[in-house]
Design a protein around this ligand. Structure first.
Ligand SMILES: [Zn+2]
Length: 588
């Protein structure tokens, strides 16, 4: 039985032409060899596993070869080449600075520099992970690097160019190695598979390449592992299973459901994904990449940017025919928002579910009228336990009427958010007309200021929620808002919010009185979040907040939450039953 050699070593390139995916660097090095204009020192930068050390060794071998070919490759036959290939050459000295970074290590190396090579022209010193050298080691090395003997060549390699001090940078010819493309890696894997007599699906190899994130060495080590698991038969399924990759099938299925607004199925699929041990953040980013791939599949010109196998490609093209550009752009933008908020949110699962619902409510003009699925987001019991339930009788998803699509209304709609306060014309009442009082609207496309796509593309017709705003419901959610910000540790904000009771003005404008300008600033800083919270809780996207400073005025409003609640109770006795139904403490 022969010893197993890992593929990364066995298939390490031994000539420039065998180097995968670094053609411009190879060309530059070859040209330098041909014109005999080799620098004294080289700095190879780039991510791990992309061929830096391999290139350094090939360069070392080639410049010592006695019969360099017309193609500027080593002959692999002369004495020097043979000793290089057997790893017995004395012309090459490698130091891994990650583990040997002391002054003594570098002194040992520097001492050898003055000896001229016995065979061949050059001694080559390769220092890997050179950024790991200690400062004193760097300094000890600098002198040698400044005035090296002509027979010495230095090749420094690093994954972190930014950590290399300028004095070193200025003395080296710098080569930036790039991350390998998925197709580059996949085709190399397929070459290895062929030579090893391994059966491998193209899709399976693309998955491995994708997982390796541009590093060929990682791809080869995944490949070795999978070959041993799967008994020399690499299938898409076996790779999915062993590499713990989220199956594309999920993305295709969920996208279909999103297009059909089938929220039930979306939530079930997402639950399945979580139960299989995948992380929500990972999923949302995967979904965004899926949309990106649909986007590039829409057009023949961009389909070259698609980096997956041919079988998948046809599936993507098929799905892209069901989507339109607006859907994809809005979906990408919503995914991006989720990605940004994911780490800071309290309820990550809800955030992802909410994101999926927002995507599913994007208007797709291609598709037929969306099926209405009945849904409501309700919060109950404890503040953190927010669940989504399906209540057929109460709720229906509201679609904005075609009125909105009239051009004048659209432009009005997109500026609605900002102009609401100033613009006292009652145009927006038209939008509210269709609202059934009991309706809770789930179709959301928030008019976020930072969402450029929403702003620039007026064609995207968003659904604005506009449930009727009552003083009671405002006060109720104002209180949950206060405890929400308290939970987030924003006590100053909580105080500013609880000093005075908000007033409900016309046109969904809430007026909040404050005691001083500092409080106004606190509110303004968080205004967007406050609005988002209230708009979601009260299912009304027209809500705006204005502030007013009452200087020197002592508020007659009860100070503690409990007192406030009791005072409200005097006006409306049904509040207590509401409180109970929400499972809230009376003194919260
Ligand atoms: Zn040779």
């Amino acid at each position: 039985m022969t010893d197993f050699i890992v593929s990364a070593r066995k298939y390490r390139p031994s000539s420039f032409n065998a180097v995968v995916g670094q053609s411009s660097i190879v060309l530059t090095l070859k040209n330098a060899i041909q014109s005999n204009l080799l620098a004294q020192s080289f700095l190879f930068c780039g991510p791990r596993g992309v061929g830096k050390t391999s290139c350094a060794r090939i360069l070392a071998k080639t410049i010592n070869c006695f019969n360099i070919s017309s193609d500027n490759e080593a002959c692999n036959e002369c004495e020097s080449c043979l000793s290089f290939n057997k790893n017995t050459s004395f012309n090459i000295h490698e130091l891994d600075a990650a583990s040997n970074n002391s002054v003594d290590d570098i002194r040992n190396l520097v001492e050898q520099v003055r000896f001229s090579p016995q065979v061949g022209k050059y001694n080559i010193y390769i220092i890997d992970e050179v950024h790991m050298l200690s400062t004193s080691a760097f300094n000890a090395f600098l002198k040698t690097l400044e005035e090296p003997p002509s027979h010495a060549k230095f090749i420094l390699a690093t994954t972190e160019k930014n950590k290399i001090i300028p004095t070193i940078l200025s003395r080296c010819q710098i080569f930036d190695f790039k991350r390998l493309s998925i197709s580059n890696i996949a085709s190399h894997l397929s070459y290895v598979a062929e030579h090893e007599n391994i059966n491998a699906d193209t899709e399976a190899l693309h998955l491995i390449a994708q997982k390796a994130d541009g590093a060929l060495r990682d791809a080869l080590s995944f490949f070795d592992r999978l070959v041993s698991f799967s008994n020399k038969n690499l299938t898409y399924k076996s790779v999915i299973k062993h590499l713990n990759i989220l199956d594309y099938d999920y993305y295709f299925r969920i996208t279909d459901c999103l297009l059909e607004n089938d929220i039930n199925q979306i939530l079930i699929s997402y639950n399945e994904i979580l139960e299989n041990g995948f992380d929500g953040h990972h999923f949302i980013n995967g979904l965004a990449s899926h949309f990106r791939d649909i986007l590039v599949s829409m057009n023949e010109k961009t389909s070259t940017l698609f980096e997956k196998g041919d079988v998948l490609k046809s599936r993507y093209i098929q799905q892209s025919s069901k989507c339109n550009l607006n859907f994809i752009l809005s979906a990408l933008s919503i995914c991006n928002e989720c990605d940004v908020q994911y780490k800071t949110t309290n309820n990550q699962r809800l955030l992802v579910e909410f994101t999926l619902m927002r995507i599913s409510s994007i208007e797709t003009t291609n598709s037929q009228k969306k099926k209405s699925k009945n849904f409501v987001i309700s919060s109950h019991k404890s503040k953190n336990d927010i669940s989504i339930k399906n209540t057929d009788e109460k709720v229906n998803v509201m679609e904005l009427t075609s009125d909105l699509k009239k051009p004048d209304k659209i432009s009005q709609k997109s500026s609605l958010d900002q102009s609401l306060i100033q613009n006292k014309t009652t145009e927006n009442t038209e939008i509210i007309l269709d609202v059934n009082k009991k309706t809770t609207l789930i179709s959301i496309n928030s008019l976020t200021e930072e969402s450029n796509i929403d702003k620039s593309s007026e064609k995207i017709v968003s659904n604005l929620r506009s449930s009727e705003l009552s003083y009671q419901s405002l006060i109720l959610h104002w209180k949950t808002l206060i405890s929400f910000v308290k939970d987030q540790g924003k006590s100053n904000l909580a105080i500013a919010l609880s000093l005075h009771e908000p007033r409900l003005l016309k046109n969904n404008v809430i007026e909040l009185s404050l005691s001083n300008a500092a409080q106004t600033e606190i509110i303004l800083e968080e205004k967007y979040k406050i609005l988002e919270y209230l708009r979601n809780k009260l299912t009304n996207d027209h809500i705006e907040i204005i502030t007013k400073v009452i200087e020197g005025e002592k508020s007659a409003t009860p100070y503690t939450n409990k007192d406030k609640f009791n005072k409200m109770l005097e006006n409306n006795s049904s509040l207590d039953s509401l409180r109970l139904s929400l499972g809230l403490d009376s003194d919260y």
